[in-house]
Design a protein around this ligand. Structure first.
Ligand SMILES: Nc1ncnc2c1ncn2[C@@H]1O[C@H](COP(=O)(O)OP(=O)(O)O)[C@@H](O)[C@H]1O
Ligand SMILES: [Mg+2]
Length: 385
């Protein structure tokens, strides 16, 4: 561990090398440059924070942040606010594994009335949760074997364990259905697709439901599900979504099928959000073809595990960083700000055990969740009688 003095000294060298300096006039009236003014050190259980005043007219740049972060062999966060520069040097590193159970313990300990929130992971400060009623859609990127599928599974498990009566799932798993097949018999799962044709059929069903719901909302003057008494939320979760990108060598009808799938997923992000539809779109290669622009623009939450290049990171997160993530399960979660987290790990066995009580083979019916709230296209409308 470096001493306090060395931290300040290193910061001072960095300020000089990156010209993050303030000006003053010496006795002879010559313009000189000197360090930003050091104000104080704040000690905290998890970190020590050095506070400086920011030289007038200077802005915090990516290169200054990068220089500071790279100068210390520990977790370090740099923030500018209200004319102050805060450099936090953390005492601990993020762990390489965070158990799903630790998250459930944590969420029991904090009383929260936030609905439809799911854990994203442990940051250096605390557990981070995502609220799907605030930000309805999410993209997930990451090179192969970095933790995308585990992440989706822990979200599914958490959603069903915590809001079992209100969640409907449409699962699209384009790696042959091997991963999501295990959730096919849960009462909350409406449909699972494992190839392009099944995905088209599944999305046609979602689209029909959306059109129906829209009419229902309009008749009642509802504009957004979050302002209505409706508790039902429909999650459309796609893993390996790059498989939906049309390729030049494909037959015309295949291209059209995939084009329809991508367009309908975009439509969910465009109009589905207000109707209680939430899209989670996971892909290995984020490019303009595999991550359609509309989906990216309408998904205000972005998660990325390690990617192979900085360019890919910029596509996935609109900033660099995902190429430097060190270990599986380590991710950057970006809404307005970006936070590094270690995502919760859950094994297939634990996920299955926790959800076994929802298995329809044990006597439950598919989709009996809040059915009466918004009748389906084929139901009698209880509100109309
Ligand atoms: N959150 C995590 N914490 C620790 N290890 C993880 C985590 N997520 C995944 N892993 C490890 O990485 C492997 C691959 O994860 P997976 O989710 O299947 O990757 P992907 O879907 O991105 O190809 C897992 O079998 C596990 O060993
Ligand atoms: Mg996977």
């Amino acid at each position: 561990m470096l001493t306090n003095w060395t931290y300040k000294k290193r910061l001072s060298i960095i300020f000089r090398r990156t010209s993050f300096l303030r000006e003053y006039r010496d006795l002879l009236g010559n313009l000189k440059e000197t360090q930003p003014r050091y104000l104080r050190t704040n000690k905290h259980d998890l970190y020590t924070e050095y506070v400086y005043s920011i030289p007038l007219g200077k802005v915090l740049t990516e290169s200054l942040e990068k220089a500071i972060v790279e100068a210390f062999d520990c977790v370090c966060r740099v923030k500018g606010a209200g004319g102050r520069l805060y450099v936090r040097i953390y005492k601990y590193l993020l762990p390489d594994k965070v158990d799903y159970r630790a998250v459930t313990e944590y969420s029991k300990s904090v009383s929260s009335n936030v609905k439809y929130s799911v854990p994203i992971g442990l940051s250096i400060d605390n557990f981070i949760f995502h609220d799907f009623d605030k930000i309805p859609h999410m993209t997930v990127a990451g090179a192969t074997r970095q933790g995308k599928t585990v992440f989706l599974k822990q979200m599914i498990t958490y959603l069903l364990e915590n809001y079992p009566e209100h969640i409907r799932l449409y699962l699209i798993d384009l790696k042959g259905g091997l991963e999501f097949g295990r959730y096919a018999d849960l009462k909350q799962t409406i449909n699972v697709a494992s190839n392009a044709t099944e995905t088209r059929q599944l999305l046609e069903e979602v689209q029909r439901n959306m059109i129906h719901d829209m009419k229902y909302y309009r008749e009642r003057g509802y504009t957004n599900v979050v302002d209505t008494p409706i508790k039902r939320r429909t999650f459309v979760i796609v893993d390996e979504a790059a498989q939906l990108a049309p390729e030049p060598y494909m037959e015309q009808n295949e291209k059209e099928e995939l084009g329809y799938c991508q367009a309908t997923l975009s439509e969910i992000t465009r109009i589905g959000g207000a109707l209680g539809y939430r899209l989670i779109f996971a892909t290995q290669y984020p490019t303009a073809d595999t991550l359609p622009r509309q989906i990216k623009q309408n998904a205000d939450a972005k998660v990325s595990f390690r990617l192979t290049t900085e360019v890919a990171s910029r596509v996935a997160l609109d900033e660099q960083g995902a190429e430097k993530l060190a270990t599986p399960g380590r991710a950057i979660y970006r809404t307005i700000e970006a936070v590094e987290v270690q995502a919760p790990y859950i094994s297939d066995k634990e996920s299955e055990e926790r959800l076994a009580k929802f298995n329809v083979k044990e006597g439950l019916q598919h989709d009996d969740t809040s059915r009466d709230e918004v009748p389906g296209p084929d139901d009698d409308d209880p509100f109309q009688t």
